[in-house]
Write a protein that binds this ligand. Sequence first.
Ligand SMILES: Nc1ncnc2c1ncn2[C@@H]1O[C@H](COP(=O)(O)OP(=O)(O)OP(=O)(O)O)[C@@H](O)[C@H]1O
Length: 298
Amino acid sequence: MIVAKNVSKSFEGFKALKDVSLNVEKGSVYGLVGSNGAGKTTLLKLLSGIYKQDNGEIYINDSEVYENIDIKSDIIFMPDTLYFFAQYTIKEMAKFYKRIYKNWNEERFKKLEEVFNIKTNKRISSLSKGMQRQVAFWLSLSTMPKIMILDEPVDGLDPVMRKKVKNLIIQDVAEREMTVFISSHNLRELEDICDHIAILHKGNMIIQKDLDDLKSDVHKIQVAFDEIPQDILDNTDVLYKEERGSVALLIVRGKKETIISNFEKYEPKILDVLPLTLEEIFIYEMGGIGYEIENIIV
Ligand SMILES: Nc1ncnc2c1ncn2[C@@H]1O[C@H](COP(=O)(O)OP(=O)(O)OP(=O)(O)O)[C@@H](O)[C@H]1O
């Protein structure tokens, strides 16, 4: 489990992270979205114990992570810019990982060769960017990490490989309760893998949500009345309203059944509940609390 309490970090007087708190349960996949310079990499490096926070506390499985070698051998941090020793082949890099990570699993490493299908005698620096990313996943997953902290992890991977890598991660989450923390610019990229989503904006954590709650709580409703009764609007938590003639499009918060039965009382001519994308949910949620968030997540 990853816990951060009121964490702040400055660089040369500039506050890159301000009072950030979060809780990531064991076996959960937590997605962090934010625009350029929001503080995502800084937060990831703090959680991995690469940086030390100026204020606040960070715990992984109840222990402080900074300068804690024991905890660090259970963590994989995959940076957005990968680094490998210049002359090393995959096989040599695997040997290096084996020395550092106490749970290195040779059998898994061999098995994953079939998935990634790259010869282990290849020099890593001779591989394409996407292939190097594959090698990073191959090595990382072979360490059997308890926690994976990934910075823009699927950048450079083709769609088929993205899917394969996501499946491998999900498999480890399901089979051995690995915890995953992923940052991305792209909410859509995270939607199918994460169970929690957070948005970081200018160093502030502005929203953290359980995805299932989020999806079951907000609905898009298309409804037609001769005139939309004011009573409904007063008794419904409307996040957004758009009227075109007698048809209204409403984004409403609440339980679907309750919303439908409320509207049906007024006998609308049309009543449709339409699916919302995660992006739409965030835009409306954030709109409701006054943030201009569109640019961050589209
Ligand atoms: N080592 C550093 N020295 C000085 N400033 C830094 C350092 N690392 C980060 N910053 C600053 O902190 C802010 C947050 O940077 P960070 O890399 O965490 O953002 P990010 O959300 O990961 O951005 P991106 O999506 O562009 O990678 C930026 O303004 C950046 O310039």
